[in-house]
Ligand binder design. Structure first.
Ligand code: SF4
Length: 352
């Protein structure tokens, strides 16, 4: 442990710490929920989700006993839905009690090295160093390390360094301090080196290399997908219905619901879409004559993917035999289904 380094970080933290509900507790269940929410989500966005989640599921047992549908619905809009599925599965495996050893916590579905270290240090004050993006950045800059952080060597090197720097008397507060320091002081684009308590020992600041560190070797490739959705209007018994399907494949948005979909390899003009043979497998000719566009070229960005989506509308006759493989939903109950954010946007902005 470098006493100077850890003491200065902890002193800085005392003045700058963010007061967040999951910081004011040592309940491992709440800390776990917050860590999973914050894995791919900014604090500002995750804050209200955390409060709603904890309000509805205050403990392991209430989460374990909930339905998949309810958990997914509460998660709707947060993205990365496998996190919600894993939370639910993990809660079901706990028999009502949150585990208390590092090995048991690490073995929970959806919990990796970082999350296990965060839970065990914050809840149980175990000497487990956290290594997240903030920690990589602070350590890479302070020590001037240009080994890429996304390589096996880099991961080992930074894990060992994080362990060496950990304040073993105060692991919880040290871990929170270094992560907040990375998030607020040593930020990716504009680190505040002038006001930094670590500046006199910082290699990157001394050598003018803050913009070059940390180094990443692999650039993430982004691919495009083209989704053509169909909002179906159907009437029966003086009610209006539409149709949904649950996404079950091991793909984006697993277990969420969506409108009937035809995915294409390339963008399709409205005319080209109307000529697709798949349409006549879904609808009768007179139904297809009602097909028209509601929204086009909606861009939706996910990590590693850019989605371009169109929404069309088809009206069914009362005696229609179309879409027997789909769930027929009263439009007034559409809000009860967990849907991807893209579908929610369509519902809110394109469907009259
Ligand atoms: S001096 Fe600058 S680069 Fe170095 S730790 Fe402080 S904020 Fe980060």
């Amino acid at each position: 442990m470098n006493i100077n380094f850890s003491t200065r970080l902890i002193d800085w933290y005392a003045d700058h710490k963010r007061h967040l509900p999951w910081r004011e507790t040592s309940d491992p269940y709440r800390i776990w929920i917050s860590e999973i929410i914050l894995q791919q989500t900014r604090v500002a966005q995750g804050y209200d989700y955390f409060l709603r989640f904890i309000h509805r599921f205050p403990d392991v047992r209430s989460l374990a006993e909930a339905s998949d549908e309810e958990v997914m619905k509460l998660w709707q809009g947060l993205g990365y839905y496998s996190r919600a599925r894993h939370l639910h599965q993990a809660a079901g495996s706990m028999q009502g009690v949150f585990p208390s050893t590092y090995a048991e916590v690490r073995a929970l579905k959806g919990v990796g090295d970082y999350t296990a270290a965060a839970i065990c240090s914050f809840a149980y004050n175990m000497p487990c160093p956290v290594v997240d993006g903030n920690v990589y950045r602070v350590l890479a800059r302070y020590f001037g390390i240009d080994t890429p952080i996304d390589t096996t060597n880099g991961k080992k090197l930074f894990a060992a360094l994080a362990d060496e720097m950990l304040d073993r008397q105060r692991p919880a507060v040290y871990n929170q301090a270094i992560m907040d320091f990375g998030a607020l002081q040593c930020t990716p684009q504009s680190p505040d080196c002038l006001q930094c308590p670590l500046v006199d020992g910082c290699v990157a600041a001394r050598e003018g290399r803050t913009a070059q560190l940390p180094v990443k070797q692999h650039k993430v490739k982004t691919s495009c997908r083209y989704l053509n959705y169909i909002y179906v209007r159907a009437r029966a018994n003086e009610k209006e219905y539409t149709f949904l399907k649950k996404r079950t494949a091991n793909d984006i948005w697993q277990n969420l619901y969506e409108f009937p979909l035809i995915e294409s390899d390339a963008p399709l003009s409205e005319e080209a879409f109307k000529r697709l043979p798949q349409l006549s497998l879904l609808f009768a000719a007179d139904e297809l004559s009602t097909l028209h566009v509601l929204c086009r070229d909606v861009k939706h960005v996910l990590t590693h993917r850019i989605i371009y989506a169109n929404l069309y509308e088809v009206t069914l006759s009362e005696s229609s035999a179309a879409l027997t493989d789909y769930i027929k939903v009263d439009v007034n109950e559409l809000g009860e289904y967990a849907v991807p954010r893209l579908i929610q946007t369509f519902i809110e902005t394109c469907i009259g």
